[in-house]
Ligand binder design. Structure first.
Ligand SMILES: *Cc1c(COP(=O)(O)O)cnc(C)c1O
Length: 396
């Protein structure tokens, strides 16, 4: 393996020792169909043309790369904000759902299924299904449906059917199981849109490729603004890892760029209520891939906790597990309290109220030395959806 290929998926679907496709035998035909076709479809010029047309005219890309003046002054660095919060629907997730629905159409699929935890991926999926006039079924844990009521209503307004997962803890992993079961029973006419760089190969790679538009834009925007196409450091939050994968993608093989991933520590890494996978996780199989996840010694997945619904996930994608093991990326654990303070700080310094997921990435500025550096922070989403959490926290 050359150094150029160290951090990209290999032909067997692995990043180092992580990845692969650990699915029930009944799902293998669906997975093989994707594995055999995704690169050829995505590399077609007609596919690229439609993808980039929709990213521009529907999503609103390129999103700005904004030099945050007051924040830069505070930290004596050049801090750029990549404004994924300005995407249609308020976050980066739509980059991937646009890509996957075009992929589904190319594979002549008629229906879309997805699972959602906090509802953000469900909304991004329901959005593109409405755009394309495709039938959309979203699986969501019954407990999550109560906790995330506004997103349930958004999905319904967009015309999606929501199916409540009533098994287990009635949260994300149960919704994922039921979506998988649905797919096994409808293998030919249905595409399953996974929302992050997780799941069996080829999902982590195809989601990373769709999100890689983020670092593709950072390169030319930095070049325009500072005359070189790379920063000293890129910082992004990691739930499953898709916004980070997109922001890191074109810098993975460029060792002059430091990659920093912010994980949700919840109440702290020495507390039961946490979601900091690289600190608390061990190797295992989650959602069809070998990766790092939080589990009990006998292999039961631990229920994660974070104040941020989008980071409340018990694992990380296999790419990130490999970036952690190889020390290519530095992982930083950020508590609820630290993230909330950082969210308020960005609001006050730059007039941007971030999603609480994003606030975890902002908080990294308090934890590592960035003086005189060119830093890009990926602002994965806007804070409108989190207003109740800000209000309940109350310290502003
Ligand atoms: C879903 C979400 C995340 C976490 O997902 P990743 O796949 O890790 O990017 C981060 N930020 C926002 C705003 C989200 O909606």
């Amino acid at each position: 393996m050359t150094s150029q290929e160290n951090y990209k998926v290999n032909s067997n679907g692995y990043y180092g020792k992580y990845g692969g496709a650990y699915v029930p035998e009944m799902l293998l035909p669906n997975i093989f169909e994707l594995q055999e076709n995704y690169l050829e479809i995505m590399n077609k010029s007609s596919f690229k043309k439609e993808f980039h047309y929709l990213l521009r005219d529907y999503v609103g890309r390129p999103t700005p790369l904004y030099l945050a003046h007051r924040m830069s002054e505070k930290y004596q660095a050049q801090i750029f904000l990549k404004r994924e919060d300005l995407c249609h629907t308020g976050a980066h997730k739509v980059n991937n759902t646009i890509g996957q629905i075009l992929l589904a159409k190319s594979l002549h699929k008629k229906k879309i299924i997805a699972e959602t935890g906090a509802g953000q991926h469900g909304v991004a999926t329901a959005t593109v299904c409405a755009l394309m006039g495709m039938e959309c079924i979203i699986y969501m844990g019954a407990v999550d449906m109560v906790r995330q009521r506004p997103n349930v209503e958004r999905m319904k307004i967009l015309g999606a059917e929501i199916r409540a997962a009533q098994s287990g803890s009635k949260t994300l992993k149960d919704a994922t199981n039921e979506a998988m079961r649905h797919w096994i029973n409808h293998p030919t006419d249905t595409h399953y849109i996974i929302g992050s760089v997780v799941g069996p190969h080829p999902y982590p790679d195809l989601v990373a490729r769709f999100q890689s538009v983020i670092s593709e834009e950072i390169k030319f925007q930095l070049n325009e603004q500072i005359g070189r196409d790379y920063p000293d450091m890129v910082i992004a939050c990691v739930g499953g890892g898709s916004n980070a994968a997109g922001a890191f993608y074109h810098y993975l093989d460029r060792s002059e760029v430091q990659l920093v991933a912010a994980e949700a520590a919840g109440l702290g890494i020495d507390h039961k209520k946490s979601a900091a996978t690289t600190f608390l996780g061990t190797e295992g199989i989650l959602h069809g891939s070998k990766t790092l996840l939080m589990q009990t010694p006998d292999g039961q997945v631990t229920e994660p906790y974070s104040i941020s619904a989008g980071l409340d996930y018990p694992g990380i994608g296999p790419l990130h597990a490999h970036l952690f093991d190889s020390e290519r990326a530095f992982f930083c654990a950020v508590t609820d309290e630290e993230a909330m303070h950082a969210g308020i700080a960005l609001s006050r310094l730059e007039g941007i109220i971030p999603a609480i997921e994003t606030a975890h990435a902002i908080s990294v500025l308090e934890k590592i030395e960035i003086k005189d550096k060119v830093v890009v922070i990926n602002v994965s989403g806007r804070g409108d959806k989190d207003l109740d959490t800000y209000i309940t926290w109350g310290k502003y």
